[in-house]
Each structure stands twice: as C-alpha cells, then as structure tokens.
Design a protein around this ligand. Structure first.
Ligand code: INS
Ligand code: FE2
Ligand code: FE2
Length: 304
C-alpha cells in the first residue's frame, strides 16, 4: 500500500547529496515519484509564487468567488441534470479534451488529455489491481468539456478550479478567500454561518458544491448507470474540494460513508496533483487498455 506523504517538502531526501535542490524527489513505496517542483519551477499549488501563470490564476479565482452563489449552483444543477446536449462515448470525450487548457491551474498548461493519462498511468503503476481507480483517473476531469460550445461553452470560472460548498460560510482555507467579500451570499445570514442551510453529519451528498467539472462528471457517470464503485464516484465528485481533503475543513458535514470514501480521495489526490509534468504519454499505446476499462464500467454511448 502506498504511503501518504502530506508534506513532500519534509520527506526523505534523495540519497546523493550533490543532487540539485530542484531535482530532489520523493519516492512513495508503490513507485510513484513525487516531484518537489512543478514544470514552472515552483512548489505545487503555490498561488502566490511569481510565475507566468500567477496573475491569470488569481483573476480566475476572483471571478469564480464572486459568481458561485447558492442560486447559481441550483440553476446549473437543474439545467445540466437533464443531460440533453450531446451523446458520445467516454473515449470520444477524452479526445475532446485535447483542446482544453485550464486557466485555474498554477501547475499545468498542457492540454487536459495529457493530464488524464498521466494521472491514470501513475495510479496504475502503484495500484495495478484497482482498475476502477485507473478509470477514475482517466475520467475525473472530463467535465471540463463544459468549456466547449456543444456543452454550453461555460466560462472558466463555472468549470474549473477548486470547489467548495455553497449555502454555508466559505472557509478561510479556500484559495484566494478574500474575494468572497464580493459574493452576495457572504452577506446573507441564511448562508453565511458554519452550518448555513445544512446540519451536522448531513452527508456531502446533501451539500451543494460550487458548480464545475466535478459535479457535472459525477452526474454524467451516475445517470448513465456506471458500475464504478461508490469510492470512484466520490473521487470524481470531490477531487477539487481541497478545503476538505487537504485542509480538513467542512468535516462536520460528512457522514460515515464520506469518511470511508475520503481515504480513497486522499490517495487519488497525490496522483492527480503530482503527476502533472511535461512528460508526454503515448496515447495510442495505452488506448486499448483504457478502452477495455470503459467497456467494463460504462455503456457504449452516454448522455451528456
Ligand atoms: O486548477 C485545478 C484544476 O482545475 C483541477 O482540475 C481541479 O480539480 C483542481 O481542484 C483545481 O485547483
Ligand atoms: Fe479536476
Ligand atoms: Fe485533475
């Protein structure tokens, strides 16, 4: 079983002392090497580091935090819950992500299909028997097709970035929290307390998350009757919920099933985050394996 290392910076150092700082890596016992720096020379998820992506990412979160309100999310869930826009297979959807670049991500500027395969392949190496988790890696970000014209061409702030609950107070651990001051819900007494419209242990399934690629892909998978286990669906639905899985906020809303599933999400997150790199995967080579998983867990065509 792979050991989780919460703080890569404080982990085991590479044996050879002459290794330059920026090449130091951490080895998880499953084999996956956690790099200490991203392709831009910074630590991962550093939203303050001066880099070519910093300002764009901050602008992204500014708009995101203004517009993600309880009413907005409700409207989007109703609209997209109909799944009446497109019919296509999982693999066709992966190929569409060739054209998508995520403006919220300080660690990656490659087309998203690379990220999907990098995540899935890294998990596959360490967890060869958990084929459902390989497939979860492959599809977890497919919801980003919401950016494309046939899916409604939503703006980036309504598709990517970290997610958080709406209908209760925005936790301070959320990236660029200060911009919530411009969100009307922040001043609504029904929505701005610790529990807001929710109650202790109500279960994340009853909590409305900011709208984006996680919840959309969860909906698509569920409504098209995937046979993925509940942990796979949980990973898809909450993988951007860093306030929970990294900072431990909002735990008071979880139920027992959430607590179980969170363990898988925390494993998954290491691969989602630290596999981001400039090393390309040979798509044609790995395609047959993933096609076989898609056939095992999904119908041939899905409603999107
Ligand atoms: O910028 C990233 C990216 O959009 C990921 O797909 C999402 O899962 C992360 O939470 C987010 O911070
Ligand atoms: Fe994502
Ligand atoms: Fe991802």
């Amino acid at each position: 079983m792979t050991i989780l290392i919460e703080q890569p910076e404080f982990g085991v150092e590479a044996e050879e002392t002459k290794v330059p700082v920026d090449e130091k890596e951490l080895m998880l016992d499953g084999g996956f090497v956690v790099p200490q720096i991203n392709s831009f020379g910074h630590t991962f998820r550093d939203y303050d580091a001066e880099s070519e992506r910093r300002q764009g990412v901050e602008n992204f979160y500014h708009t995101n935090h203004i517009h993600q309100t309880y009413d907005f999310v409700k409207k989007m869930r109703e609209q997209y819950g109909k799944l009446d826009r497109v019919e296509m297979s999982i693999w066709e959807c992966c190929e569409l992500l060739n054209e998508v670049v995520d403006e919220s991500d300080p660690d990656l500027d490659e087309p998203q299909i690379e990220h999907l395969l990098q995540t899935a392949e890294a998990i596959r190496r360490d967890y060869p028997d958990e084929d459902w988790l390989h497939l979860t890696g492959l599809i977890h970000d497919l919801g980003k097709v919401l950016l494309l014209p046939s899916f409604g061409e939503l703006p980036q702030w309504a598709v990517v970035g970290d997610t958080f609950p709406v209908g209760c107070a925005y936790d301070e651990s959320i990236v660029h929290h200060k911009y919530f001051k411009e969100n009307p819900d922040h001043y609504n007494p029904a929505y701005n307390t610790k529990y807001g419209v929710y109650s202790e242990g109500c279960g994340l399934n009853n909590v409305m998350m900011s709208w984006g690629h996680d919840d959309y892909m969860y909906l698509v998978a569920k409504e098209n009757k995937t046979t993925l286990p509940s942990a796979g669906l949980f990973v898809i639905r909450y993988h951007s919920f860093y306030a929970l899985h990294r900072s431990g906020a909002y735990k008071h809303l979880m139920n027992e099933e959430d607590v179980e599933n969170l363990k898988w999400l925390q494993i998954f997150n290491k691969y989602d985050l630290y596999s981001k790199s400039k090393v390309r995967i040979d798509v044609e080579k790995v395609k047959p394996y993933y096609i076989s998983l898609i056939e095992k867990y999904f119908p041939a065509k899905l409603k999107w």
